[in-house]
Design a protein around this ligand. Structure first.
Ligand code: XIL
Length: 369
């Protein structure tokens, strides 16, 4: 199948193809056969990416890239409530099942994303819930979903994005529908339900906006996050890891220094592993020229990974997509100049970009876990 036959959200352009060729020329030999999963595994790290079942099904060349590069598959949307639950009493596991099958076939594990979130809720769900409605929904959902995949999904983002300081609470908790119905206890409840449904799965809380040392609200959010996690640990809640999403920004310098390092160390001190689960770089505000842009994107990936991989608690790195051929940035954050976005390690022709080389270099120079 030629690349022109398949559905592409982010189709090729001559200019970008030239950029890719130049990038390859700058990184000879190794470029074409870099294997991020192998380089990561050499250091006791799991590398993977978020994927959509329809792309794996419809695009054999892309599926082959995923097979070669990923030791972890994260369903990008297939495990969210709006995908799994077309009606209150109906579950549709087709998409998620396909990813779990693909992972098994390629010897990868699955990272489950996500059991409890304030977004991607089905239309049938009322906007406000009573405490007993919310509790019944969470209990039913978590036992059905985590229970179905027990032994097949290795790890879960149990609660996604529980902190939003802009909502004004002293503890920084987000006023999500789950919070409004159940108060702060919905988090511990969700963790306990997940542990019960699959005692072997590793359980995480996930959030974004924690990466930059020079963004005051992010620095404050680190403190709220640590307070929440320390509270959960004190209560004996089943929590194995914290998932830092890693959506990096393209319009500022890579301020990943002592503050980030200290945050990761504080997480480790709480007895938590750290997983980077949604790594990508927003290139929307960057210069149009693809060669310049690719170099800047690679620099940001490299700077972030050098800092986080210095902390031995970090065990998994997932990018949010693998190739620019399929990236939600193309519709969530399109460029004003309408040039295709290039946020991921592989380009729309499935070739490694400088970003892939930056990941490879970071894995090569990481210490073994
Ligand atoms: C995004 C997906 O990438 C999109 O395809 C979808 O339309 C919206 O959700 N933080 C998360 C992810 O935890 O679930 C989000 O994924 C991106 C931000």
């Amino acid at each position: 199948m030629s690349i022109h036959d398949r559905p592409a959200r982010n189709g090729p352009s001559r200019r970008r193809a030239l950029g890719a060729a130049l990038a390859l020329a700058a990184f000879p030999a190794a470029a074409a056969d870099v294997s991020l999963r192998r380089l990561a595994a050499d250091k006791g790290l799991w590398f993977g990416a978020a994927v959509e079942p329809q792309h794996l099904r419809q695009d054999a060349a892309y599926a082959e890239l995923v097979r070669r590069q990923c030791a972890v598959l994260t369903p990008e949307n297939a495990l969210k409530w709006d995908h799994l639950r077309p009606a209150p009493d109906k579950f549709d596991f087709q998409g998620a099942d396909a990813i779990v099958r693909q992972a098994r076939a390629q010897g990868a594990r699955v990272h489950g994303h996500c059991l409890v979130w304030h977004e991607a809720l089905p239309r049938w769900m009322p906007p406000t819930l009573t405490a007993s409605e919310a509790e019944a929904l969470l209990a039913g959902h978590i036992s059905q979903v985590a229970g179905r995949y027990a032994g097949r999904i290795a790890s879960w983002d149990v609660v996604n994005e529980p902190i939003e300081r802009a909502h004004g609470r002293p503890d920084g908790l987000r006023r999500s529908p789950w919070f409004e119905a159940l108060g702060p206890d919905f988090i511990e409840l969700s963790l306990r339900l997940a542990r019960r449904a699959d005692p072997r799965a590793r359980l995480a809380i996930a959030d974004y906006g924690l990466e930059y040392d020079d963004v005051p609200w992010m620095v404050e959010k680190r403190a709220s996050t640590l307070a929440l996690l320390a509270h959960l640990k004190r209560r004996g809640a089943p929590l194995d890891a914290f998932a830092i999403q890693g959506h990096l920004l393209g319009d500022r310098g890579p301020a990943f220094g002592a503050g980030l390092r200290g945050f990761l160390r504080d997480l480790a001190r709480l007895g938590l592993e750290v997983w980077v689960t949604e790594l990508d770089v927003l290139d929307t505000p960057m210069p149009a020229d693809p060669v310049t842009r690719d170099a800047q994107v690679a620099e940001i990936y490299g700077a972030f990974l050098r800092t986080v991989l210095a902390e031995p608690a970090v065990r998994m790195v997932n990018t949010w997509g693998l190739s620019d051929r399929y990236t939600s940035k193309s519709f969530l954050h399109p460029r004003p100049d309408r040039q295709p976005v290039r946020p991921l390690p592989f380009d729309a022709e499935l070739q490694p970009k400088p970003a892939a080389q930056a990941l490879a270099a970071a894995f090569r120079s990481a210490r073994r876990r």
